[in-house]
Design a protein around this ligand. Sequence first.
Ligand code: FES
Ligand code: FE2
Length: 432
Amino acid sequence: MPQKSTYLEFAGGPPAKPAAHAVLNAGRYNSAEFMKREWDRMWTRTWLLAGVEADVADPGDFFVFELGPESIIVTRNREGALTAMYNACQHRGNRILTRERGSLPAFTCPYHGWRYDLEGRLLLVPDADRFEQGTPCDRLSLKPVRVESWAGLVWINMDPECGPLSDFLGVIPEQLAPYHFESMVLAEDQTVTVDANWKTVIDNFNEQYHVDFIHPQHASFVDCCNAENELWPFGHRRVIVEGGVVNPRYPIPTEVPPVLAAVIQPIGLNPADFSGRVTEVRRAIQLRKREISAERGVDFSAFTDEQLSDVYQYDLFPNIIMTIQAEELWVMRPRPHPTDPNRCFFDKIVLKATFSPSAPPPSQGRPEREVLTRDDVLAGRTSMNITVDQDLFYLPFMQAGMASRGFSQAWLNQDESRVQHFHDWLDVYMAD
Ligand code: FES
Ligand SMILES: [Fe+2]
Protein backbone atom coordinates (compact mmCIF):
# COMPACT_ATOMS: atom_id res chain seq x y z
CA MET A 1 0.00 0.00 0.00
CA PRO A 2 1.34 3.47 -0.80
CA GLN A 3 1.57 6.19 1.81
CA LYS A 4 -1.52 8.35 2.32
CA SER A 5 -1.55 12.13 2.54
CA THR A 6 -4.52 14.12 3.78
CA TYR A 7 -5.09 17.83 4.23
CA LEU A 8 -6.77 18.47 7.58
CA GLU A 9 -8.11 21.79 8.86
CA PHE A 10 -7.95 23.36 12.31
CA ALA A 11 -11.32 24.69 13.51
CA GLY A 12 -11.35 28.39 12.74
CA GLY A 13 -7.92 28.24 11.10
CA PRO A 14 -6.87 28.99 7.53
CA PRO A 15 -7.24 26.28 4.85
CA ALA A 16 -4.64 23.55 5.25
CA LYS A 17 -3.79 23.62 1.56
CA PRO A 18 -2.42 27.02 0.58
CA ALA A 19 -2.77 28.49 -2.87
CA ALA A 20 1.02 28.66 -3.16
CA HIS A 21 2.85 25.83 -4.91
CA ALA A 22 6.55 26.07 -4.20
CA VAL A 23 9.24 25.24 -6.71
CA LEU A 24 12.23 23.70 -4.96
CA ASN A 25 15.09 25.17 -6.92
CA ALA A 26 18.68 25.54 -5.77
CA GLY A 27 18.42 29.23 -4.95
CA ARG A 28 15.86 28.41 -2.32
CA TYR A 29 18.58 26.58 -0.44
CA ASN A 30 21.73 28.52 -1.16
CA SER A 31 21.07 32.11 -2.19
CA ALA A 32 21.72 35.04 0.14
CA GLU A 33 18.66 36.83 -1.29
CA PHE A 34 16.31 34.01 -0.38
CA MET A 35 17.92 33.76 3.06
CA LYS A 36 17.41 37.51 3.68
CA ARG A 37 13.79 37.41 2.58
CA GLU A 38 13.19 34.32 4.67
CA TRP A 39 14.48 36.22 7.69
CA ASP A 40 12.38 39.32 7.04
CA ARG A 41 9.20 37.53 6.03
CA MET A 42 9.18 34.28 7.97
CA TRP A 43 11.59 33.88 10.90
CA THR A 44 10.69 37.24 12.39
CA ARG A 45 6.94 36.63 12.05
CA THR A 46 6.27 33.14 13.33
CA TRP A 47 6.26 31.22 16.61
CA LEU A 48 9.55 29.44 17.27
CA LEU A 49 10.48 26.83 19.82
CA ALA A 50 13.22 28.51 21.86
CA GLY A 51 13.92 26.04 24.67
CA VAL A 52 12.58 24.09 27.61
CA GLU A 53 10.76 25.61 30.53
CA ALA A 54 12.84 23.57 33.00
CA ASP A 55 15.79 25.83 32.12
CA VAL A 56 13.85 28.84 33.41
CA ALA A 57 12.14 27.22 36.37
CA ASP A 58 12.89 29.96 38.92
CA PRO A 59 13.04 33.78 38.84
CA GLY A 60 16.35 34.88 37.38
CA ASP A 61 16.98 31.64 35.51
CA PHE A 62 17.67 32.42 31.88
CA PHE A 63 18.67 30.86 28.59
CA VAL A 64 19.79 32.53 25.39
CA PHE A 65 18.17 31.47 22.13
CA GLU A 66 20.41 32.07 19.12
CA LEU A 67 18.71 32.12 15.75
CA GLY A 68 20.37 33.36 12.58
CA PRO A 69 21.67 36.86 13.30
CA GLU A 70 19.50 37.24 16.40
CA SER A 71 19.97 36.47 20.06
CA ILE A 72 17.07 36.44 22.50
CA ILE A 73 17.09 36.19 26.29
CA VAL A 74 14.34 34.11 27.87
CA THR A 75 13.94 34.40 31.62
CA ARG A 76 11.45 34.26 34.48
CA ASN A 77 10.63 37.44 36.34
CA ARG A 78 10.09 37.97 40.07
CA GLU A 79 6.35 37.32 39.66
CA GLY A 80 7.07 33.96 38.09
CA ALA A 81 6.07 34.91 34.53
CA LEU A 82 8.15 34.09 31.47
CA THR A 83 9.69 37.10 29.77
CA ALA A 84 11.77 37.38 26.61
CA MET A 85 13.81 40.25 25.19
CA TYR A 86 16.43 40.94 22.58
CA ASN A 87 19.96 40.39 23.81
CA ALA A 88 21.08 43.86 22.69
CA CYS A 89 22.15 46.57 25.12
CA GLN A 90 20.35 49.88 24.60
CA HIS A 91 23.58 51.82 25.10
CA ARG A 92 25.56 50.77 22.04
CA GLY A 93 24.10 47.42 21.19
CA ASN A 94 26.50 44.99 22.85
CA ARG A 95 25.23 41.45 23.47
CA ILE A 96 24.64 41.41 27.20
CA LEU A 97 24.67 37.69 27.81
CA THR A 98 27.14 35.42 26.12
CA ARG A 99 26.52 32.40 28.32
CA GLU A 100 24.05 29.83 27.07
CA ARG A 101 22.10 29.70 30.32
CA GLY A 102 22.35 30.37 34.02
CA SER A 103 20.73 32.35 36.80
CA LEU A 104 21.22 36.05 37.58
CA PRO A 105 19.42 38.63 39.75
CA ALA A 106 19.73 41.22 36.94
CA PHE A 107 21.38 41.50 33.54
CA THR A 108 24.45 43.73 33.44
CA CYS A 109 26.09 44.64 30.17
CA PRO A 110 29.79 43.86 30.50
CA TYR A 111 30.83 46.75 28.24
CA HIS A 112 29.90 49.86 30.31
CA GLY A 113 27.88 48.36 33.13
CA TRP A 114 24.30 49.24 32.20
CA ARG A 115 22.06 47.05 34.31
CA TYR A 116 18.57 45.74 33.46
CA ASP A 117 15.99 43.88 35.55
CA LEU A 118 14.43 40.54 34.61
CA GLU A 119 11.87 42.30 32.46
CA GLY A 120 14.47 44.34 30.62
CA ARG A 121 13.85 47.64 32.44
CA LEU A 122 16.98 49.74 32.67
CA LEU A 123 17.86 50.03 36.37
CA LEU A 124 21.29 51.56 36.52
CA VAL A 125 23.57 53.53 34.23
CA PRO A 126 27.06 54.50 35.42
CA ASP A 127 27.50 58.32 35.25
CA ALA A 128 23.85 58.76 34.32
CA ASP A 129 24.09 62.54 34.76
CA ARG A 130 26.53 62.79 31.87
CA PHE A 131 23.88 62.06 29.23
CA GLU A 132 22.81 65.47 27.93
CA GLN A 133 19.81 63.98 26.16
CA GLY A 134 18.33 62.87 29.49
CA THR A 135 18.51 60.07 32.01
CA PRO A 136 18.40 56.86 30.00
CA CYS A 137 16.78 54.85 32.83
CA ASP A 138 13.53 56.72 32.30
CA ARG A 139 13.41 56.07 28.61
CA LEU A 140 15.12 52.85 27.65
CA SER A 141 14.57 49.15 28.21
CA LEU A 142 15.54 45.97 26.43
CA LYS A 143 13.16 45.40 23.53
CA PRO A 144 10.58 42.76 24.40
CA VAL A 145 9.83 39.60 22.45
CA ARG A 146 6.54 37.71 22.70
CA VAL A 147 6.85 34.52 24.73
CA GLU A 148 4.46 31.68 25.63
CA SER A 149 4.83 28.13 26.77
CA TRP A 150 3.07 24.90 25.98
CA ALA A 151 3.75 21.53 27.62
CA GLY A 152 7.01 22.67 29.17
CA LEU A 153 8.33 24.05 25.87
CA VAL A 154 9.03 27.79 25.51
CA TRP A 155 8.08 29.57 22.30
CA ILE A 156 8.96 33.07 21.16
CA ASN A 157 7.67 35.29 18.39
CA MET A 158 9.49 38.41 17.17
CA ASP A 159 6.30 39.82 15.66
CA PRO A 160 4.59 42.02 18.28
CA GLU A 161 1.33 41.72 16.29
CA CYS A 162 1.33 37.91 16.22
CA GLY A 163 -1.71 35.87 17.24
CA PRO A 164 -1.62 33.53 20.24
CA LEU A 165 0.47 30.36 20.17
CA SER A 166 -2.68 28.27 20.69
CA ASP A 167 -4.11 29.47 17.35
CA PHE A 168 -0.86 28.52 15.63
CA LEU A 169 -0.73 25.03 17.14
CA GLY A 170 -4.42 24.22 16.57
CA VAL A 171 -5.26 20.61 17.47
CA ILE A 172 -1.68 19.68 18.33
CA PRO A 173 -1.67 20.42 22.11
CA GLU A 174 -4.84 18.39 22.60
CA GLN A 175 -3.49 15.44 20.63
CA LEU A 176 -0.23 15.45 22.56
CA ALA A 177 -1.70 16.06 26.02
CA PRO A 178 -1.42 12.37 27.09
CA TYR A 179 2.36 12.49 26.83
CA HIS A 180 2.82 15.23 29.45
CA PHE A 181 6.02 16.61 28.00
CA GLU A 182 6.05 19.12 30.88
CA SER A 183 6.81 16.26 33.29
CA MET A 184 9.60 14.79 31.19
CA VAL A 185 13.26 15.45 32.00
CA LEU A 186 15.98 16.60 29.67
CA ALA A 187 18.23 13.61 29.07
CA GLU A 188 20.30 14.61 26.04
CA ASP A 189 21.27 17.92 24.46
CA GLN A 190 23.40 18.06 21.31
CA THR A 191 24.18 20.55 18.56
CA VAL A 192 26.05 19.79 15.38
CA THR A 193 27.13 22.23 12.69
CA VAL A 194 26.01 21.02 9.27
CA ASP A 195 27.17 22.21 5.86
CA ALA A 196 23.63 22.41 4.57
CA ASN A 197 20.78 24.87 4.59
CA TRP A 198 18.30 24.40 7.44
CA LYS A 199 15.60 23.42 4.91
CA THR A 200 17.77 20.63 3.53
CA VAL A 201 17.61 19.18 7.04
CA ILE A 202 13.84 19.66 7.29
CA ASP A 203 13.33 17.99 3.91
CA ASN A 204 15.39 15.02 5.07
CA PHE A 205 13.07 14.39 8.01
CA ASN A 206 9.94 14.93 5.92
CA GLU A 207 10.03 11.92 3.69
CA GLN A 208 10.70 8.24 4.16
CA TYR A 209 11.47 7.60 0.53
CA HIS A 210 15.16 7.52 1.51
CA VAL A 211 14.76 5.14 4.47
CA ASP A 212 15.24 1.86 2.61
CA PHE A 213 18.42 3.20 1.07
CA ILE A 214 20.34 5.04 3.73
CA HIS A 215 18.79 3.47 6.85
CA PRO A 216 18.70 -0.24 6.00
CA GLN A 217 18.35 -1.10 9.69
CA HIS A 218 14.83 0.40 9.63
CA ALA A 219 13.52 -1.88 6.95
CA SER A 220 13.13 -4.71 9.38
CA PHE A 221 10.97 -3.06 12.01
CA VAL A 222 8.99 -0.07 10.82
CA ASP A 223 6.46 0.11 8.08
CA CYS A 224 7.36 3.29 6.25
CA CYS A 225 5.59 2.47 3.04
CA ASN A 226 2.18 2.42 4.76
CA ALA A 227 2.73 5.66 6.67
CA GLU A 228 -0.06 8.22 6.93
CA ASN A 229 0.81 11.85 6.37
CA GLU A 230 -1.40 14.66 7.63
CA LEU A 231 -0.96 18.13 6.21
CA TRP A 232 -2.17 20.93 8.45
CA PRO A 233 -2.65 24.70 8.39
CA PHE A 234 0.39 26.95 8.92
CA GLY A 235 2.57 24.26 7.32
CA HIS A 236 2.52 21.80 10.23
CA ARG A 237 2.63 18.11 9.34
CA ARG A 238 2.25 14.77 11.05
CA VAL A 239 3.26 11.29 10.04
CA ILE A 240 2.41 8.07 11.83
CA VAL A 241 4.61 5.06 11.22
CA GLU A 242 3.53 1.73 12.62
CA GLY A 243 6.14 0.33 14.97
CA GLY A 244 6.81 -3.26 15.93
CA VAL A 245 6.07 -4.45 12.41
CA VAL A 246 8.14 -5.59 9.49
CA ASN A 247 8.29 -3.77 6.21
CA PRO A 248 5.83 -5.44 3.78
CA ARG A 249 8.23 -4.82 0.91
CA TYR A 250 10.38 -7.58 2.39
CA PRO A 251 9.53 -11.21 3.14
CA ILE A 252 8.19 -11.70 6.66
CA PRO A 253 11.06 -13.18 8.67
CA THR A 254 10.58 -16.26 10.80
CA GLU A 255 12.53 -14.81 13.71
CA VAL A 256 12.29 -11.34 15.23
CA PRO A 257 14.98 -9.23 13.51
CA PRO A 258 17.76 -7.90 15.79
CA VAL A 259 16.68 -4.24 15.69
CA LEU A 260 13.13 -5.17 16.65
CA ALA A 261 14.44 -7.50 19.34
CA ALA A 262 16.33 -4.54 20.80
CA VAL A 263 13.02 -2.65 21.02
CA ILE A 264 11.04 -5.38 22.76
CA GLN A 265 13.64 -6.84 25.14
CA PRO A 266 13.79 -3.74 27.39
CA ILE A 267 10.03 -3.98 27.97
CA GLY A 268 10.31 -7.61 29.00
CA LEU A 269 9.23 -9.38 25.82
CA ASN A 270 11.28 -12.35 24.67
CA PRO A 271 12.01 -12.34 20.92
CA ALA A 272 12.14 -16.16 20.91
CA ASP A 273 8.47 -16.25 21.94
CA PHE A 274 7.59 -14.71 18.58
CA SER A 275 9.35 -17.28 16.44
CA GLY A 276 7.07 -17.76 13.42
CA ARG A 277 4.72 -15.05 14.79
CA VAL A 278 6.64 -11.86 14.03
CA THR A 279 3.50 -10.09 12.85
CA GLU A 280 2.10 -10.32 16.40
CA VAL A 281 4.85 -8.22 17.91
CA ARG A 282 3.10 -4.87 17.49
CA ARG A 283 0.02 -5.93 19.43
CA ALA A 284 2.23 -7.52 22.08
CA ILE A 285 4.07 -4.21 22.55
CA GLN A 286 0.77 -2.39 23.11
CA LEU A 287 -0.41 -4.90 25.69
CA ARG A 288 2.93 -5.13 27.43
CA LYS A 289 3.22 -1.37 27.80
CA ARG A 290 -0.19 -1.24 29.47
CA GLU A 291 0.97 -3.97 31.87
CA ILE A 292 4.14 -2.04 32.65
CA SER A 293 2.21 1.14 33.30
CA ALA A 294 0.03 -0.71 35.80
CA GLU A 295 3.11 -2.21 37.49
CA ARG A 296 4.78 1.19 37.77
CA GLY A 297 1.64 3.04 38.74
CA VAL A 298 1.76 5.21 35.62
CA ASP A 299 -1.51 6.26 34.05
CA PHE A 300 -1.46 5.26 30.37
CA SER A 301 -5.24 5.35 30.03
CA ALA A 302 -5.20 8.47 27.86
CA PHE A 303 -2.94 6.81 25.28
CA THR A 304 -4.40 4.96 22.33
CA ASP A 305 -2.93 1.53 21.54
CA GLU A 306 -1.29 3.08 18.49
CA GLN A 307 0.46 5.70 20.62
CA LEU A 308 2.06 2.88 22.60
CA SER A 309 3.52 1.02 19.65
CA ASP A 310 3.93 3.45 16.80
CA VAL A 311 6.15 6.40 16.08
CA TYR A 312 4.36 9.73 15.87
CA GLN A 313 6.29 12.47 14.19
CA TYR A 314 4.99 16.03 14.43
CA ASP A 315 6.70 18.56 12.19
CA LEU A 316 5.92 22.03 13.46
CA PHE A 317 6.49 24.89 11.06
CA PRO A 318 9.06 26.14 10.47
CA ASN A 319 11.91 24.14 11.97
CA ILE A 320 10.76 21.62 14.59
CA ILE A 321 10.71 17.86 14.12
CA MET A 322 9.26 16.02 17.11
CA THR A 323 9.54 12.25 17.26
CA ILE A 324 7.23 11.04 19.96
CA GLN A 325 6.76 7.86 21.92
CA ALA A 326 5.05 7.31 25.26
CA GLU A 327 8.38 7.24 27.11
CA GLU A 328 10.29 9.95 25.30
CA LEU A 329 10.25 12.94 23.05
CA TRP A 330 12.96 13.89 20.61
CA VAL A 331 13.03 17.46 19.38
CA MET A 332 15.20 18.10 16.36
CA ARG A 333 15.69 21.69 15.31
CA PRO A 334 17.84 23.05 12.49
CA ARG A 335 18.60 26.75 13.05
CA PRO A 336 19.79 29.01 10.24
CA HIS A 337 23.38 30.22 10.27
CA PRO A 338 23.75 34.01 10.86
CA THR A 339 25.21 34.67 7.40
CA ASP A 340 25.74 31.51 5.35
CA PRO A 341 22.77 29.84 3.62
CA ASN A 342 24.91 26.74 3.11
CA ARG A 343 25.25 26.06 6.83
CA CYS A 344 23.03 25.53 9.83
CA PHE A 345 23.11 24.40 13.42
CA PHE A 346 21.20 21.24 14.08
CA ASP A 347 19.99 20.67 17.65
CA LYS A 348 18.67 17.43 19.05
CA ILE A 349 17.28 17.20 22.54
CA VAL A 350 15.76 14.14 24.16
CA LEU A 351 13.23 14.41 26.97
CA LYS A 352 12.34 11.27 28.89
CA ALA A 353 9.34 10.42 31.03
CA THR A 354 10.41 9.92 34.62
CA PHE A 355 8.92 6.41 34.56
CA SER A 356 11.20 5.42 31.70
CA PRO A 357 13.96 3.08 32.94
CA SER A 358 16.48 5.09 30.93
CA ALA A 359 15.48 8.49 32.40
CA PRO A 360 18.39 10.15 34.18
CA PRO A 361 18.10 10.25 37.98
CA PRO A 362 17.07 13.69 39.30
CA SER A 363 20.39 13.98 41.18
CA GLN A 364 22.25 13.95 37.87
CA GLY A 365 20.86 17.34 36.87
CA ARG A 366 20.60 18.76 33.41
CA PRO A 367 23.21 17.48 30.92
CA GLU A 368 25.52 20.08 29.40
CA ARG A 369 24.99 20.74 25.74
CA GLU A 370 27.37 18.67 23.62
CA VAL A 371 28.61 20.70 20.66
CA LEU A 372 29.91 18.50 17.88
CA THR A 373 30.94 18.42 14.26
CA ARG A 374 29.92 16.07 11.49
CA ASP A 375 33.48 14.71 11.57
CA ASP A 376 33.02 13.79 15.25
CA VAL A 377 30.04 11.71 14.19
CA LEU A 378 31.67 10.16 11.13
CA ALA A 379 34.81 9.27 13.08
CA GLY A 380 32.66 7.55 15.69
CA ARG A 381 33.76 9.90 18.50
CA THR A 382 30.11 10.57 19.28
CA SER A 383 26.67 9.81 17.89
CA MET A 384 23.30 11.51 17.58
CA ASN A 385 21.76 8.06 17.06
CA ILE A 386 22.61 5.77 14.15
CA THR A 387 19.74 6.98 11.94
CA VAL A 388 20.51 10.65 12.43
CA ASP A 389 24.22 9.97 11.90
CA GLN A 390 23.38 8.39 8.55
CA ASP A 391 21.33 11.47 7.60
CA LEU A 392 24.18 13.76 8.67
CA PHE A 393 26.52 11.95 6.35
CA TYR A 394 24.37 12.76 3.31
CA LEU A 395 23.16 16.30 4.08
CA PRO A 396 26.24 18.17 2.79
CA PHE A 397 26.12 16.10 -0.39
CA MET A 398 22.49 17.12 -0.95
CA GLN A 399 23.43 20.76 -0.41
CA ALA A 400 26.44 20.53 -2.73
CA GLY A 401 24.56 18.67 -5.47
CA MET A 402 21.76 21.23 -5.54
CA ALA A 403 24.33 23.95 -6.26
CA SER A 404 25.54 22.17 -9.39
CA ARG A 405 24.99 23.69 -12.83
CA GLY A 406 23.55 20.27 -13.58
CA PHE A 407 20.61 20.64 -11.18
CA SER A 408 17.56 22.82 -11.68
CA GLN A 409 14.76 21.83 -9.33
CA ALA A 410 13.43 18.95 -7.23
CA TRP A 411 10.99 16.43 -8.74
CA LEU A 412 8.92 15.13 -5.83
CA ASN A 413 6.72 12.06 -5.49
CA GLN A 414 3.55 11.50 -3.44
CA ASP A 415 5.48 10.12 -0.48
CA GLU A 416 7.26 13.47 -0.28
CA SER A 417 4.00 15.37 0.32
CA ARG A 418 5.21 16.75 3.64
CA VAL A 419 8.23 18.28 1.93
CA GLN A 420 5.97 20.02 -0.59
CA HIS A 421 3.52 21.15 2.11
CA PHE A 422 6.26 22.69 4.22
CA HIS A 423 7.63 24.63 1.25
CA ASP A 424 4.17 25.70 0.10
CA TRP A 425 3.57 27.30 3.49
CA LEU A 426 7.02 28.86 3.50
CA ASP A 427 6.00 30.52 0.25
CA VAL A 428 2.85 31.85 1.92
CA TYR A 429 5.09 33.71 4.36
CA MET A 430 7.52 34.75 1.65
CA ALA A 431 4.79 36.26 -0.50
CA ASP A 432 3.16 38.42 2.18
S1 FES B 1 27.08 48.69 25.18
FE1 FES B 1 26.13 47.95 26.96
S2 FES B 1 26.72 49.33 28.48
FE2 FES B 1 27.61 50.10 26.72
FE1 FE2 C 1 16.83 9.75 7.36
